[in-house]
Design a protein around this ligand. Structure first.
Ligand SMILES: NC(=O)c1ccc[n+]([C@@H]2O[C@H](COP(=O)([O-])OP(=O)(O)OC[C@H]3O[C@@H](n4cnc5c(N)ncnc54)[C@H](OP(=O)(O)O)[C@@H]3O)[C@@H](O)[C@H]2O)c1
Length: 284
């Protein structure tokens, strides 16, 4: 029985890989991605937003996407499906810290019911490693190293940071964590650029498909660098509102575009379940 219903599908050009039948049924259709660009990973982004464009309430313990989606099952299923499709998942330090301490960025964490379907797709169809690599971006290196993603056997985590961040992490004991690698990249421009992150992941870790799970600060930088190829956006039927003095970021924070340079997208796919819409766009 499908979890979502396909309303519009203009995504006819992709040839491979096709989803196995169980996932195709739940997703009410196929999912595939174009060939990877020659010199960087193909970047897919995944967000959930209210009708008025809020991506986080920025309230303690209620800042994450599940508050925005209302813990919507289909949103979580699609998130798991995208994770299962990716070599690596990238998140900013604040998104990491707003998740629960036990959170893991693996497909079945978001939607356990499809655990076996995800594993079969990932290992037998895509021929990828059992779990995607988690990439955490932090300039300061101030990370909560007690979190499950730094301590779970079989879950590989790479921290992209600055040299000051790497020093801070070394002092905090990160170098003895067996499944964690710390890499300081060039930050002479003040922060590490998305281009440097992508080049590094492509050459050092063989990442060909990268899932960007935010947050809005990191995502804005990738958009500005023209490094977002597809966007999977869940539109949740609630309105959060904003006051002039409250921070309730949309999908992008800390980056703005002028009308002449703002990125535009083409609609690929529209799915629906009850009041939620699941939209897929590709960069125009
Ligand atoms: N609705 C959704 O779909 C969705 C998705 C994702 C996140 N969220 C929510 O969005 C909120 C977090 O978003 P956010 O925009 O505040 O934070 P974010 O993008 O997750 O993380 C920002 C942090 O990442 C590091 N960073 C970002 N760009 C960097 C660069 N170029 N070089 C080095 N470090 C860099 C910095 O860490 P340091 O401070 O350590 O230097 C920075 O403070 C959370 O509430 C989260 O739950 C919602």
């Amino acid at each position: 029985m499908p979890l979502v219903r396909t309303l519009i599908n203009r995504d006819q050009d992709h040839i491979e890989p096709a989803l196995p039948r169980g996932l195709r049924e739940l997703y009410d259709g196929d999912l595939s991605f174009p060939t990877t660009p020659v010199d960087r990973p193909f970047v897919i982004a995944n967000f959930v937003s209210t009708l008025d464009g809020v991506a986080s309430y920025e309230i303690k313990d209620q800042a994450g996407g599940s508050t925005i989606s209302g813990c919507d099952a289909a949103d979580r299923f699609i998130m798991g499906l995208l994770r299962a499709s990716a070599d690596a998942i990238i998140v900013g330090a604040r998104t990491l810290h707003d998740a629960s301490p036990g959170a893991l960025w693996i497909p079945e964490y978001t939607y356990p019911d499809a655990k076996d379907l995800y594993a079969d797709y990932r290992v037998n169809v895509l021929h990828k490693r059992e779990s995607p690599l988690l990439v955490v971006v932090s300039g300061s290196g101030r990370l909560e190293l007690e979190r499950a993603i730094f301590r779970t056997p079989g879950v590989r985590t790479v921290v992209i940071t600055t040299s000051a961040g790497a020093d801070a992490l070394a002092k905090a004991g990160a170098r003895i964590l067996p499944s964690v690698q710390i890499h300081a990249l060039d930050s002479s421009l003040g922060t590490v650029t998305p281009a440097a992150m992508l080049r590094f992941l492509y050459t050092e870790f063989g990442v060909r498909r990268l899932l960007h799970e935010g947050g809005p600060t990191l995502f804005g930088q990738f958009l500005a660098a023209e490094a977002v190829d597809e966007l999977f956006l869940t539109l949740s039927p609630q309105i959060a509102g904003r006051k002039a003095d409250t921070v309730r970021p949309g999908m992008v924070q800390g980056t703005e575009f002028m009308p002449t340079g703002a990125p535009w997208f083409q609609l690929l796919n529209v799915k629906q379940r009850a009041e939620h819409l699941y939209l897929t766009y590709q960069r125009a």
